[in-house]
Design a protein around this ligand. Structure first.
Ligand code: AMP
Ligand code: ZN
Length: 113
């Protein structure tokens, strides 16, 4: 997608603090971190959000979560982390390219706001 912030980050047109990349996913530090670990896992394929995903996207959505688990393992935050996928403006979704937040490294409260 030409005019999508996260597509531009994946293509390297906008700088990011890259954490990890593989064939399907790209991971970078959130610019406004809410926890000691706060990274965003995005599929390289542009999908607007979970509400626009189809069964064709099942594998890539699973891969994003497995990438989150890998980063959590590497950062040794497996005693408590959270993956968050905001969907729609009322949830706070502000970038309309599907992304999984990985948050950890501190105590996380429940329920989230
Ligand atoms: P959401 O509110 O779920 O759509 O999440 C979007 C996230 O993207 C927010 O946590 C922002 O801080 C983050 N963000 C926005 N622009 C950038 C950027 N250029 N680099 C890294 N993270 C960003
Ligand atoms: Zn995109």
């Amino acid at each position: 997608m030409d005019n999508c912030l996260f597509c531009k980050i994946v293509r390297g047109e906008i700088p990011s603090k890259k954490v990890y990349e593989d064939e399907h996913t790209f991971v970078f530090e959130d610019i406004d971190p809410k926890a000691p670990t706060h990274v965003l896992i995005v599929p390289k394929k542009h999908i607007e959000g979970l509400n626009k995903a189809t069964s064709e996207d099942a594998e890539i959505i699973g891969r994003c979560h497995l990438t989150a688990a890998k980063i959590a393992r590497e950062r040794q935050i497996e005693d408590g982390y959270r993956t968050v996928l905001n969907v729609g403006p009322k949830s706070g979704q502000s970038v309309f390219h599907l992304h999984v937040h990985l948050l950890g490294g501190r105590d996380l409260r429940w329920p989230p706001g």
